[in-house]
Design a protein around this ligand. Structure first.
Ligand code: SAM
Length: 217
């Protein structure tokens, strides 16, 4: 069985009881970064062997993990944070397991976009999760223009390196509209800013932006 296991997005206490049970009982845990996941495992006294499954070995390692599953092993798939498959290589293993008719189940838990969407106060009955915005300014602006036509709440992931540039482009495309930016969700410095893109950009620009961000428009 492949167990797709959601892990915390910051606060280690957000691991569910069921997730801990599964991580303890499987034969192997496939992690994006074994050192990162070890922090969580050590916190819960879990000693299950780990192996890396990440962007650059996802095809070769995927085949290897599928062979183990076919041989009857139980494997848990985790990502660095949150739900495997939401913008991380987990998707590739899940897909490969489906192609090989392997059994799987999902142990639910945190996903950063859910926390941000709920805390934003924006309508959540219809929303579009748009992942990361393109790197280049021109492509980013075009993408934002295209999404504007959807007419529903939009959710983006963003890094500290690009948050200011993205907010500038959101301001160009959406103007003086109240948006929400969530930072460091579930962590000590969790913060939700609800204001226009330009006001939030100015606030974040006061010092070098740190942490992980979700933008809700
Ligand atoms: N699998 C993850 C999930 O379920 O949300 C997402 C992985 S994606 C590679 C990483 C991005 O998620 C970060 O750049 C950030 O935008 C967002 N993210 C993850 N943890 C976060 C947190 N604690 N606070 C805010 N954003 C977070």
């Amino acid at each position: 069985m492949l167990y797709i296991v959601a892990t915390p997005i910051g606060n280690l206490k957000d691991l569910t009881l069921r997730a801990a049970e599964v991580l303890k009982s499987v034969d192997l845990i496939a992690c994006e970064d074994t050192r990162h996941t070890k922090i969580l495992l050590t916190h819960y006294g879990i000693t299950t062997p780990t192996t890396s499954f990440f962007q650059h070995n996802r095809f070769t390692k995927g085949e290897y993990l599928v062979d183990l599953l076919k041989a009857g092993k139980n494997i848990a798939l985790v990502s660095d944070a949150g739900t495997p498959g939401i913008l991380d290589p987990g998707y590739n293993l899940i897909n490969l397991a489906i192609k090989n008719n392997l059994e799987m189940t999902f142990i639910p838990g945190a996903a950063a976009f859910v926390n941000a969407l709920v805390l934003s106060g924006k309508p959540a009955h219809e929303f579009y999760f748009a992942g990361f915005l393109p790197n280049r300014a021109g492509a980013r602006r075009n993408h934002l223009e295209k999404l504007k036509n959807l007419g529903c709440t939009l959710v983006f992931y963003e890094s500290c390196h690009r948050i200011l540039a993205s907010l500038q482009d959101i301001n160009t495309v959406y103007g003086d509209k109240e948006i929400a930016v969530a930072r460091e969700l579930t962590k000590k410095f969790e913060e939700i800013l609800r204001a226009s893109p330009e006001i939030i950009r100015q606030k974040l620009a006061k010092s070098k932006p740190r942490g992980e961000f979700v933008i809700v428009i």
